[in-house]
Design a protein around this ligand. Sequence first.
Ligand SMILES: [Cu+2]
Length: 341
Amino acid sequence: MFTGICKELRRIFVAVGMTAAVPLSAWAEGVQPGTNMFEPASKPAGEIFGLALLVLSICAGIFIVVGGMLLYAIIRYRRKPGDTSEPPQVFGSLQIEMAWTVVPILIVVVLFLASARLIFAIQDAPQPKKSISITLVGHQFWWEVRYPKYGIVTANEIHVPVDKATYFKLLSADVVHSFWVPELAGKTDCIPNHVNTTWILPRKTGLYLGQCSQFCGAGHARMLLRVYVDTPAQFKAWIKNQQKPAVEDPAVAAGREVFMDNACMDCHEIRGTPANGRFGPDLTHLASRDTLGSGTVLNTPANLREWIKDPDHFKPGVLMPAMQLNNKQLDEVTAYLCSLR
Ligand SMILES: [Cu+2]
């Protein structure tokens, strides 16, 4: 009987482990560095983690007390062999009933106050003058990233400086999405026609992975978000490069023509060219990004060509159509996009 239960439990653990491992292995091509909500690297995430530990320890305390008393009662008052007498019949006790009413109320009040205090501290934090502002717009199934102060538009990969607050204005172009970068901040929804805000104050440079955490359609699972926390010098250099209009390299003029002669330009903007579509990601500095399709695959020339040929192959449900270009056009437009550093 006991080994049977053990076997059953092991089966459940393995099944749970497998379901967790499948999405991880799907990203194992080096695209997905992984994320860990138990390792906060930014201010609101750290405070939320602290609160979670407080709640967890209070609940663990309750579990130990209740479980301990239950165990004690089961062992101490179990029926002994040969004992057929009736146990003492107790009808209510004011003290005990008071205790198990008042103590839980006090615990709930403590949990409520601790949570409410932190929610308001994060939600209503006034934006410091020297902070970075980003407008983040969720689209099916990618992120539009705007730095209004710097005049920059990019997609899916956010750069922010370390040890400096960044404030996000969260919007949606279609359905409800949700901003979630576990190591940097809690979840905040991106809702159409409603502005939500959140902020981060990262303490460590590096790459932090996020994910849209609201089911928003067929491509939802591949709507990842990458936040690069840079040193101030790296951040400045990145801003400077992103502010430039697109590179005009005569060597890839044929590919530029393919882009402008096909519907690409109706959906994508390339600053400094006639392409000014807004439906898809801004491609002005596409080659400076590490991934394609909101973190779906690494941005290599081979993947880029395959993406343009058939984006659905990498990202089922994607809203970019396969454009039916021939091999020559594919090579040319890939070379053009690779030049957009
Ligand atoms: Cu989404």
